[in-house]
Design a protein around this ligand. Structure first.
Ligand code: 5GP
Ligand code: MG
Length: 174
């Protein structure tokens, strides 16, 4: 398979240093008595390496939980399924972590569902944001921007494989 590395592991790691500082700053600007009420919620499976690497660079105290959300089947969009079996987020500042925001349908749907639990706030943070028109959600924090291309590696799958790549790649002979 002919492929090209879009973002190297070094580029990803350096960018996560910057994002972690940004998130620490955001948390430090919350009201003092709410700074220990921060919960990161990762959207499995794509978020795994992003969550693991990012949260270990964040200095602020926080809780961590996961939701299983999936919408792709064989590289094509299927029905969105969201498993909301998580701890209570009531009176917490929620920061949702996902691998990529494409149409924004997934994040829009997860934010709507989580809002029902009366959190203090909900922010979204993604590793990659796709620049496409008519997005249903614009992430509050992001690391990389890409055009409307299919990418994989570093948690992002290629037909369920390739999540273990340390970098992010794009196939160049479709
Ligand atoms: P959205 O609902 O924003 O269109 O898509 C969100 C989900 O679709 C992402 O969390 C990710 O799992 C999957 N997705 C979207 N674009 C890509 C891509 O380029 N590569 C891979 N592997 N997954 C993608
Ligand atoms: Mg995903």
């Amino acid at each position: 398979m002919n492929e090209k590395i879009l973002f190297t592991d070094k580029e990803i790691s350096d960018s996560l240093d910057v994002l972690a500082k940004e998130l620490d700053m955001y948390i430090s600007e919350l009201p003092k008595d709410e700074q220990d009420k921060v919960i990161f919620i990762g959207l499995l499976c794509g978020c795994i390496h992003f969550v693991s690497d990012l949260t270990r660079k964040i200095k602020s105290d926080h809780k961590l939980d996961f939701i299983k959300a999936s919408s792709y089947l064989n590289n094509k969009r299927g029905d969105l399924t969201v498993d909301m079996n998580i701890r209570s987020i009531k009176d917490n500042h929620v920061i949702i972590l996902d691998d990529i925001c494409d149409t924004g349908i997934t994040l829009n749907s997860v934010v709507t569902k989580l809002s029902n639990d009366n959190p203090l706030s909900i922010k979204t943070c993604v590793l990659v944001n796709k620049n496409i028109p008519n997005k249903k959600h614009i992430p509050d924090f992001k690391v990389f921007d890409v055009d409307d291309v299919f990418i994989y590696g570093y948690g992002l799958d290629y037909n369920e494989y390739k999540r273990n790549l340390k970098d992010i790649r794009i196939k160049i002979d479709w």
